[in-house]
Design a protein around this ligand. Structure first.
Ligand SMILES: Cc1cc2ncn([C@H]3O[C@H](COP(=O)(O)O)[C@@H](O)[C@H]3O)c2cc1C
Ligand SMILES: O=C(O)c1cccnc1
Length: 356
């Protein structure tokens, strides 16, 4: 069976018994009920993903930064040249990018996966060569890639998740690098949530009003090609190939691969969220295996999170990508699991409960 179908088949619902046990245990811990807020919900989620209570406390997080270039840059949707994607890959390798600093701060490793960079990239332990195609075609004038390329990139992401889990990583964080990728993300979000392109097209690296207006036209036109009567919903792989990016396809596969292995994935911002919508369209149950790291300042991210039904852990006006917001949130995931595993119970500590 092809890898994608096999992966989709292996994604199950969260383990209800482990979740019930986690809720029960939270009620026994030495604190007023509910006082750890979202961290309590997160611990229940982690138990459901792992299928055990308490769930393991993640010890070996890793950020996978998927990199790809975008033909739509020819339309002038970003002031940055495409070559920045390749040079940022070198910056990741050297350890000097924001995500490297934030990953070091939370004890995560960083791997960079070239799934679609336009310029040749040298592979080593940090930078993995999984290039499917040297950048997409211009999504304003036609499909960004072929269906076969979208499927190949999806399978790259599944393979990377598998390999990282095999290497002992127990918390997977998403990252992205690709000049122009907020345009492709906006197309994915508009198509898959039904949101108006004017609402989900944002400033990306910080484009001016004129560029934002142009970007919105580009997104509106591209999304119009995918409009279908409600009775004939679009196929997620077709959406990816028409208006997506190679890193979006690989990210979607990465999420599916992690969910199939029952390892939690921490989502970064808008790019990751748009890829999560693709994964959700392929397999709705995948969402129960995801944790939203942060809310990006990119306009469309709030609509994206709403459609996924996920609450972001931090909200700091970040609009960078790379995995920066996921890395910032990783200590919270660890804390949620550790609280459930290590806190004393009322009975164990001899602490009186509140009067009935
Ligand atoms: C130096 C630099 C480092 C980055 N790191 C992440 N991005 C982010 O910005 C890009 C998306 O924005 P847009 O669609 O406007 O091009 C992506 O590469 C994303 O990862 C960067 C962008 C730049 C310029
Ligand atoms: O939220 C993101 O992922 C993002 C926002 C702006 C630019 N690049 C990425």
């Amino acid at each position: 069976m092809p890898l994608l179908d096999d992966t989709l088949d292996r994604i199950g619902p969260p383990d209800a018994a482990a979740q019930a046990e986690a809720r029960e245990r939270q009620a026994q811990l030495t604190k007023p009920a509910g006082s750890l807020g979202v961290l309590e919900d997160l611990s229940v989620r982690l138990a459901g993903i792992a299928g055990t209570c308490p769930p393991p406390v993640p010890a070996r997080p890793v950020v996978a930064v998927f990199a790809g270039d975008h033909g739509v840059l020819a339309q002038g949707v970003s002031p940055w040249p495409a070559e920045v994607t390749g040079s940022m890959v070198e910056n990741f390798r050297a350890g000097g990018a924001a995500v490297n600093v934030l990953a070091r701060a939370c004890g995560a490793e960083v791997v960079v996966v070239d799934v679609g960079v336009a310029t040749p990239v040298v592979a080593d332990d940090v930078v993995w060569d999984r290039n499917v195609r040297r950048g997409t075609a211009d999504l304003r004038v036609g499909p960004a890639m072929t269906r076969e390329e979208a499927l190949a990139a999806l399978e790259v992401g599944i393979g990377v998740a598998d390999e990282l889990v095999e290497r002992g990583h127990d918390l997977l964080l998403t990252g992205d690098m690709g000049i122009g990728n907020t345009t492709a993300s906006a197309c994915l979000v508009a198509t898959l949530t039904g949101a108006d392109p004017t609402v989900v097209t944002g400033r990306g690296t910080g484009v001016d009003d004129a560029t934002l207006a142009l970007k919105t036209v580009v997104v509106t036109e591209a999304v119009a090609r995918l409009r279908r009567p409600a009775a004939h919903p679009v196929d997620p792989v077709e959406v990816l190939s028409e208006v997506g990016g190679l890193e979006h396809a690989a990210l979607a596969g990465f999420l599916l691969g992690a969910a199939a292995r029952r390892v939690p994935v921490l989502l970064d911002g808008f790019i990751a969220g748009s890829a999560a919508l693709v994964a959700q369209a392929l397999c709705p149950a995948v969402v129960d295996h995801l944790v939203a790291g942060h809310r990006s300042a990119e306009f469309g991210h709030t609509a994206t999170l709403q459609h996924l039904g996920l609450r972001p852990l931090v909200d700091l006006d970040l609009r960078l990508g790379e995995g920066s917001g996921a890395a910032l949130a990783a200590p919270l995931v660890r804390s949620a699991a550790a609280l459930l595993a290590e806190m004393a119970t009322f009975d164990g500590a001899g602490v009186a409960r509140k009067d009935a």
